[in-house]
Every structure is written in structure tokens, then in C-alpha cells.
Design a protein around this ligand. Structure first.
Ligand code: HEC
Length: 168
């Protein structure tokens, strides 16, 4: 009997430790505080982006396109996820999308992130763009022309490519 109780306890602990943690909802980053470093802290220390939500039609590891790598995983923070569908082509201030970019051999190569910061860049819908190494080294930040020119094809969808923001 004792053995069974111990076994149940062990399995419960394993189950609980594997379970996804509830995402911490934080107040949006502001223009005066935003930087690549600050954004990394937000998605890796203050909250863990791996606890963010994934859209049902885009969950898990998905095949991706150049330049982002052969495979990717895309995470949306709760603030963004819960806000959809939106009208007017704008997701709310504080929205964060994290994209893990994997190589063809499915190794994590880098992270590319979009964070909506009220007043940061009105002409590009206030997105702050950043790229990080898997360890959090800032590889690009701010308004890199490359990110913007590619994503601006979807300006009407607030620069977001994989998800129609007027759908839940
Ligand atoms: C050559 C075009 C191109 C460039 C340059 C580019 N992207 Fe993307 N991005 C895409 C495409 C296409 C997708 C859709 C997913 C896929 O196919 O990989 C995407 C998806 C994303 C996503 C997931 C949300 C969404 O819009 O679907 C993020 C976040 C992202 N890119 C960030 C960035 C950042 C940050 C940069 C610059 C450092 C960047 N991208 C540069 C083409 C580009």
C-alpha cells in the first residue's frame, strides 16, 4: 500500500512539473523603457514566452519560409491572444509575438520578436522588432528595414503574416 502511495505521489509531481505554467500578464512596455535587452527580459525573465499561447491552426513546430528558417514555432502573449478578433487592423498595445526559428535539422537558431509599444513608431503601427540568439544576445532591434519591408505586405493585417487578426 505504501508503495502505491509513493508511486502516485511521484507521478503527480512529474505531471505537475510538466504542465504548462499560467502566463503572467504584465503592463505593456513603454517607449521610454523599450530596448532589445528590455524586451528579452520581458519574454524570458518577467514572463516565459514558452507559456504564451499558440494559435490552433499554427501550433507546434511548423514549416517556415526564408529568412526565418526551415521550421518555426510562433507564440502570442495572452494580451494579444485574448484580444482577437480585432477590427480596424490594429492589435492592442502590449501585444508580443515571439517566433522561434529552427534550422532544417530542427535546432533552435534564433528568435524574432514583434512587440507593440504605444507611440514607438506610429508610421509602422508602433511595432518594435528584435532578433535574438537562443541565449538572448540582441542581434537586431528597433525598426530594421528588412523586417519592415517584408512584413509591410501585410500592413492591413497589422504586419502579422501567419494569423488573420479579424478572426478569433
Ligand atoms: C524576407 C521576408 C521577411 C523578413 C526580412 C522578415 N520576416 Fe518575419 N516573417 C516572414 C514570413 C513569410 C513569416 C510567416 C512565417 C514563415 O513563413 O516563416 C514571418 C513571421 C514572423 C513572425 C511571426 C508573426 C507573423 O508575422 O506571422 C515574427 C514575430 C517575425 N516574422 C518577426 C520578424 C523580425 C523581427 C524580422 C527582422 C529581424 C523579420 N521578421 C524579418 C517574412 C519575413
Amino acid at each position: 500500500m505504501k508503495k502505491i502511495i509513493v508511486l502516485i505521489a511521484v507521478f503527480t509531481i512529474i505531471f505537475l512539473s510538466c504542465e504548462k505554467q499560467e502566463e503572467v500578464v504584465l503592463s505593456p512596455l513603454t517607449v521610454s523603457e523599450i530596448s532589445g535587452e528590455r524586451l528579452w527580459e520581458r519574454i524570458s525573465v518577467e514572463s516565459d514566452f514558452q507559456n504564451y499561447s499558440q494559435w490552433d491552426d499554427h501550433d507546434g513546430l511548423r514549416p517556415g519560409q526564408s529568412p526565418h528558417g526551415a521550421w518555426h514555432k510562433v507564440y502570442a502573449n495572452k494580451l494579444l491572444y485574448d484580444s482577437l478578433p480585432v477590427t480596424g487592423g490594429r492589435v492592442p498595445e502590449g501585444s508580443i509575438i515571439v517566433k522561434e526559428n529552427y534550422t532544417s535539422s530542427k535546432e533552435l537558431d534564433k528568435l524574432t520578436v514583434m512587440a507593440k509599444v504605444q507611440g514607438y513608431s506610429p508610421e509602422t503601427n508602433d511595432w518594435f522588432w528584435a532578433a535574438f540568439s537562443p541565449e538572448g544576445e540582441v542581434l537586431a532591434e528597433g525598426s530594421p528595414g528588412g523586417c519592415i519591408s517584408c512584413h509591410s505586405g501585410l500592413k492591413a493585417n497589422d504586419y502579422i503574416i501567419i494569423k488573420n487578426i479579424d478572426e478569433p
